[in-house]
Design a protein around this ligand. Sequence first.
Ligand SMILES: NC(=O)c1ccc[n+]([C@@H]2O[C@H](COP(=O)([O-])OP(=O)(O)OC[C@H]3O[C@@H](n4cnc5c(N)ncnc54)[C@H](O)[C@@H]3O)[C@@H](O)[C@H]2O)c1
Length: 454
Amino acid sequence: MNVSIIGTGYVGLTTGACLAFLGHKVTCIDADERKVKALQAGKIPFYEPHLPELVAGARHNLSFTTEYAQSIPTSQVIFIAVGTPPGQNGAPDLKYLEAAARGIGEYLSGDFVVVVNKSTVPIGSGNWVESIVRDAYEKRTSKKANGVFAVASNPEFLREGSAIFDSLYPDRVVVGSDNQRTAEVLYSLYRPLLEQTFIAPSYLPRPDRMGAVPLISADLASAELIKYAANAFLALKISYINEIGQLAEKVGADITQVAKGIGLDARIGTRFLQAGIGWGGSCFGKDTAALVATAGEYGLDAGIVKAAREMNRRQRERVVDKLLDELKILKGRTICLLGLAFKPDTDDLREAPALDIARKLIERGARVKAHDPVAMSRFLQEYPDLDVTLCASAEEAAQDCDAVVLVTEWQQYRELDWESIKNSMRGQVLLDGRNLLDRARLAKAGFRYLSLAG
Ligand SMILES: NC(=O)c1ccc[n+]([C@@H]2O[C@H](COP(=O)([O-])OP(=O)(O)OC[C@H]3O[C@@H](n4cnc5c(N)ncnc54)[C@H](O)[C@@H]3O)[C@@H](O)[C@H]2O)c1
């Protein structure tokens, strides 16, 4: 099929590359000229494992442009994957979505096309997008848009850092539409994925027990709510284990053992039960805020989701509180942050806890040094005013510091020569914000080992 993807970010580029890999002819459209030029030159604008190989391998089916005119008129399926950043009062800012919908309406040819919302959008946005595409089409052609297009919702569940794996081997595909023909088009588009009939790439083999992928066919509103409900639930799990972690600390329990003990109950599951600094990233904060805002519009109080948000906010403060307890005075101290990205295997810094923690420490007069395996160049581009000294290695970042805070659980930090790091430091405090490190080994190396829980 001919497919257009509007918005070539983490979601749009991954989706485009996967669909091209599955054999579709994909055109990725982005408003950012620099990004498109880089992609045309074969450069991937962000760090995502295996994306370069996937894009290179699917090159013959993949093109990049800033021009809607280049592919919208000939597409059978058009995905919208533009950003929906936080706006006022918790609701997302939909200006990119609106521009994309208008752009589609201005270039539709008149042959039936499915417009798919992959961006995370508030409930009811499907109808709103429909009206914008319709208005733009009717204004341009002076013809009725009936039968020219239909809107579907196809929420995205990929995790940055394992986006390609999640896209090729998803737990489920959710399609929301109020129209049978639309559902059929999307079924054919995704057939190789749903039936797992494609030849798996050598660098990402199919998991052993992978069967057919369940397709959840829903109405538009249900599909839109599924996305918010899923993200909010994952956020709740993290905040819940952090709440239990606080109690574990008081009663002298080990939260990693507690998490394992409850997570192995199949009804609960071990994932998203890692106590620590809490979530960051572009989705959980924004989507939980949007869910609270939507509930409020209907006179409901999403109290559980609100509490999860508050717990997450407090975990970042607790990092500074713990350092203050240990060091007594932060003014004039030098603190090393290990990890800047909001999680490992990505360079995404949106809502990253490290940014908040660095700001709070600087406000209190501390100097901040930091290291991240992949996110430092993005940090320099996006946060030139945040006064953090970036270092080429974790060892260099820790040198002469009063305390080290492990913020992002990059596996390589586990393997560091902690003994020699300790010897190069001025102080001895190590705050393991992700319960990643071997407490006994660090204590033996002479560290005063702290964590946020137990
Ligand atoms: N990043 C994730 O892990 C993730 C996971 C699931 C869902 N989502 C949702 O997917 C959506 C996209 O997220 P992302 O992280 O890929 O965003 P992103 O910021 O990485 O990419 C968005 C892209 O859209 C482009 N764009 C904006 N307006 C445009 C327009 N009118 N025409 C063409 N291009 C335009 C921007 O230049 C940018 O390249 C959001 O709604 C997000 O909530 C993201």
